[in-house]
Design a protein around this ligand. Structure first.
Ligand code: ZN
Length: 311
């Protein structure tokens, strides 16, 4: 059993319109909705999970669509960019697709020798497509319009903007087993070799950057992956020994979670592979019906009345 941090597990952000969010990620991006549930702390709001066929850790982007929430501000103490790995030669396809669907994007450029295309979702969340220099063997979810030659394969990396990178870098290196791999200007790339993919975190040092404000179109937290909840509790001890506060283990039905705020201000989570998304519906039917945690099942009728109807 691998007792390391296994790269990214999922990333969670805030949207302002459930239908618009659902349409963008399933149709334009061509991801699979692997789970449609509610925010366990606020059951009148959806919690969407978008990923590959299985909702494999390292592919899962999740949203709380709070209807009409005001727009947030990406900035320091926050993940400010989410990068997807896409097949070699597919960036032109995505550029054309963004043109077609009026998705704002910036011109194709290079970062650490890899071709990138940055764009924003309908809430202004910053995303990037990356053609990695190392072959990504993961299989992306495909749709009628997004075939396997162009489909996203899961996360490439995420960028955290920080006033000073040092305290966050220490969490990554001393607790999570990452190492500084390369640097380009104020961008420092950390990698773990515990896994092949979704194993990169970029720290962007911005001493005068705007402070992040969490609302629509911004990141809520970044979850790191561990194999199971025994290993998770070992990390809990390590974090406590560093003098940081961390929550007890929380059952999220599809994984177990621990949350802590790293010293740079970003909300980190440690999430497990077990039990996974097929715990309450079969693989073929993932995301097709509203799943509720058992404490809310008796209130299903009222909850369904409050949630916006998706078309
Ligand atoms: Zn989470």
């Amino acid at each position: 059993m691998n007792n390391n941090i296994l790269g990214l597990h999922h990333i969670t952000a805030i949207a302002a319109d459930a239908q618009r969010n659902y349409d963008f990620y399933t149709k334009v991006m061509g991801l699979r909705l692997v789970k449609k549930t509610v925010n366990f702390d606020d059951p009148g709001t959806y919690h969407f999970y978008f990923g590959d066929e299985h909702g494999t850790p390292g592919t899962i982007l999740t949203f709380f669509p709070w209807e009409n929430i005001s727009k947030g501000q990406a900035g320091t103490g926050m993940a400010t960019e989410i990068a997807y790995s896409v097949p070699q030669g597919s960036i032109e396809f995505w550029k054309e697709r963004f043109k077609k669907y009026n998705v704002p994007y910036t011109e194709v450029s290079e970062r650490f020798g890899e071709k990138i295309l940055s764009f924003t979702d309908p809430d202004g969340l910053q995303l990037t497509m990356v053609e990695p220099s190392k072959v990504d063997t993961r299989t992306g979810w495909t749709t009628a319009e997004v075939n396997k030659d162009v489909a996203t394969k899961g996360f490439h990396s995420t960028t955290l903007m920080l006033r000073s990178i040092e305290p966050t870098a220490k969490i990554l290196t001393d607790i999570f087993g990452y190492e500084l791999q390369s640097q380009e200007g104020n961008r420092y790339r950390f990698a773990t070799n515990a896994v092949e993919q979704a194993n990169l975190i970029d720290l962007l040092e911005a001493p005068d950057g705007p402070r992040g404000y969490n609302a629509g179109g911004t990141n809520h937290h970044v979850a790191f992956r561990v194999a199971d909840d025994n290993i998770q509790m070992e990390f809990r001890d390590k974090i406590l020994r560093k003098g940081l506060q961390i929550t007890p283990k929380i059952d999220r039905d599809y994984f177990y979670s621990l949350y802590f705020r790293e010293p740079g201000g970003v909300l980190f989570e440690i999430a497990t592979d077990n039990p996974g998304f097929t715990v309450d519906e079969p693989l073929e039917q993932l995301g097709t019906s509203l799943r509720l945690p058992k404490q809310y099942e008796p209130a299903r009728e009222e909850i369904e009345k409050v949630l916006p109807v998706l078309h």
